[in-house]
Design a protein around this ligand. Structure first.
Ligand code: FES
Length: 225
């Protein structure tokens, strides 16, 4: 039966080598398959290695907390309660070293206010309209650019285009073209009266992923303080 099979599959002169050829083909195929697997595995190792290296670099950059990869707001001491006077603002950078904020004791209970009278608040000083720096206006005071205006309460007034922010009510917009409130700095006071900045409320600081509700987007584009 084997002879018949051999005869039907090829000429007599090649009948004796046919099984070997079949074996070689299978051998070639096995080698090809082995090579494919080896190449695929090598590629996966290379890709995996690159991914691991990238992750390592990312984590390292993030861990030094000095670049756009930072993922957590720092806790930074700003002042002591005893050093503040009503309507005397203090400027400080937070969370990045190029982002100014205004800390002020407004003399009346405020949304998000801390301290014995819940009247100490802080906001980003960067106007949410087009990014100018605004100034703090105490009740009854006038901005240099608009002396006919008298602030009815503690406010931030932007002289670029007249946006006005209410410091007693979470920095909400009460005048001008600003499309959103100014981000409020989340404050904490310890038992000694030291005031710390520990975070910021969304929306994002002007120019930092505007429109995102992800507060961590505020940490991109600069160095943490
Ligand atoms: S940038 Fe402040 S009102 Fe336009």
């Amino acid at each position: 039966m084997t002879d018949d099979l051999v005869k039907t599959e090829g000429p007599p002169s090649s009948s004796s080598s046919l099984p070997e050829e079949k074996s070689d083909h299978r051998g070639d195929e096995s080698r090809r398959n082995f090579l494919k697997v080896a190449v695929t595995l090598s590629a996966l190792f290379v890709i995996g290695g690159i991914a691991a290296l990238t992750k390592s670099i990312t984590q390292r950059v993030g861990s030094v907390g000095s670049t756009s990869m930072a993922t957590a707001f720092p806790r930074v001491k700003i002042a002591n309660v005893s050093a503040l006077s009503v309507n005397q603002p203090v400027i400080f950078n937070y969370p990045l070293d190029n982002e100014p904020n205004i800390l002020v004791k407004i003399g009346q209970k405020a949304e998000g206010g801390v301290g014995p009278d819940n009247d100490i608040v802080a906001f980003s000083q960067i106007c949410q309209h087009l990014g100018c720096l605004y100034a703090y206006e105490s009740p009854g005071s006038s901005p240099d650019c608009n002396t006919s205006y008298k602030a009815p309460g503690p406010e931030g007034y932007c002289c670029c285009h007249g946006s006005i922010y209410d410091f007693a009510n979470g920095g909400k917009v009460v005048g001008g073209p600003s499309p959103r409130p100014i981000p409020q700095v989340i404050l904490e006071v310890d038992s000694t009266g030291d005031i710390y900045a520990i975070g910021m409320t969304p929306p994002a600081i002007f120019g930092h992923n505007t429109g995102s509700s992800d507060v961590n987007s505020d940490l991109q584009g600069g160095n943490l303080v």
